[in-house]
Design a protein around this ligand. Structure first.
Ligand code: FSX
Ligand code: SF4
Ligand code: SF4
Length: 315
């Protein structure tokens, strides 16, 4: 079964298409992807982050993480969930990068510290033939792997734009992938899936869209990206314009506390300057989203967190 881009976009626009809130996958998409048992090889590396992006991925609902791992991607390396560890795990990762050179997705979680030659983030050790150990920094890892990938995906705001590690102060010299690519002159397709953390649908949906394109470029053109490298599919909506409390905003009816329903503008909501489909897609299998019990803090934006601070406005 194949789907046109229009159908794909419709299916991905949960809420709009009248599907379950986060039900972004028609079984046909998974079927199409697994035809011929060709799964997307994925190497997932972590630098300066909190692992929230990985935890968010594990919370995927449609499809569940089990289906993602068994049917959609071939996850060859992931520091948090893989059974292997140490030099053996790293050796496998390098082998996979060679074996699937130009044909694997490099997913990067967390920013890249560049101060002190990257020594603020050592991600593993290699052993040479003489038994000498070499500490591998996040900087070195990205320098090695990104040019070999089919495309590199910045998972989470830290890798996409620097995020929290690159906030004011930034003693580690934390950088986003795009700044690191520019510094190192790495010329590789870079797609950003920001969010602190990103919604599971955004991560899986972006991978599915990209892999569908690889398998069948005529049927599945690459989704459009905005100027900050985000798929418009998920980051085209303004949070404020799609918020259920927009009428209250227009009528100047503002909630006075987080737990009261209503527009949170006077409590510091950053929805007006934030672009993501959270209001329509919602989180946690559609149970809620930030604005129900707090405010939007603009976590998907390149100026997060400094430009979005203070997050809350108190009396
Ligand atoms: Fe960053 Fe991932 Fe925020 Fe955390 O590690 S995007 S700190 S939620 O989870 O990179
Ligand atoms: Fe806009 Fe935030 Fe008010 Fe919603 S709660 S209408 S996003 S200011
Ligand atoms: Fe991030 Fe705002 Fe969406 Fe919450 S509502 S996940 S803070 S973009």
């Amino acid at each position: 079964m194949s789907l046109s881009r229009r159908e794909f976009v419709k299916l991905c626009s949960a809420g709009v298409a009248g599907l379950g809130i986060s039900q972004i996958y028609h079984p046909g998409i998974l079927h199409a992807m697994t035809e011929g048992a060709k799964k997307a090889p994925v190497i997932w590396v972590q630098g300066q982050g909190c692992t929230g992006c990985s935890v968010s991925l594990l919370n995927a609902v449609h499809p569940r993480i089990k289906e993602i791992l068994l049917d959609v991607i071939s996850l060859e390396y992931h520091p948090t969930v893989m059974a292997s560890e140490g030099e053996m795990a790293l050796a496998h990762m390098y082998e996979i990068a060679e074996k699937f050179k130009g044909n694997f997705f490099l997913l990067v979680e967390g920013s890249i510290p560049t101060a002190k030659e990257g020594r603020y983030c050592i991600v593993g050790e290699t052993l040479d033939a003489k038994g000498h150990h070499h500490e591998v920094s996040m900087m070195e890892l990205i320098r090695d792997l990104a040019p070999k990938s089919l495309a590199t995906v910045g998972i989470g705001t830290c890798s996409a734009y620097g995020g929290i590690p690159a906030a004011a102060g930034n003693v580690t010299g934390a950088k986003s992938l795009r700044d690191f690519f520019a510094d190192e002159k790495i010329d590789k397709l870079l797609v950003n899936v920001p969010g602190c953390p990103p919604h599971p649908d955004w991560m899986v949906g972006t991978l599915v869209a990209a892999w569908s394109h690889v398998l069948n470029p005529k049927e599945h053109p690459l989704p459009d990206l905005d100027d900050d490298g985000r798929p418009m599919l998920f980051f085209g909506d303004n949070v404020h314009e799609t918020c259920p409390y927009l009428d209250q905003y227009d009528n100047s009816e503002f909630a006075e506390t987080f737990t009261k329903p209503g527009c949170k503008a006077e409590l510091g909501c950053k929805g007006p300057s934030t672009y993501a489909d959270c209001a329509k897609r919602r989180w946690n299998n559609g149970i809620n989203w930030c604005v129900e019990n707090a405010v939007c803090i603009g976590c998907v934006e390149p100026d997060f967190p400094d430009g979005k601070s203070p997050f809350y406005v108190a009396e």
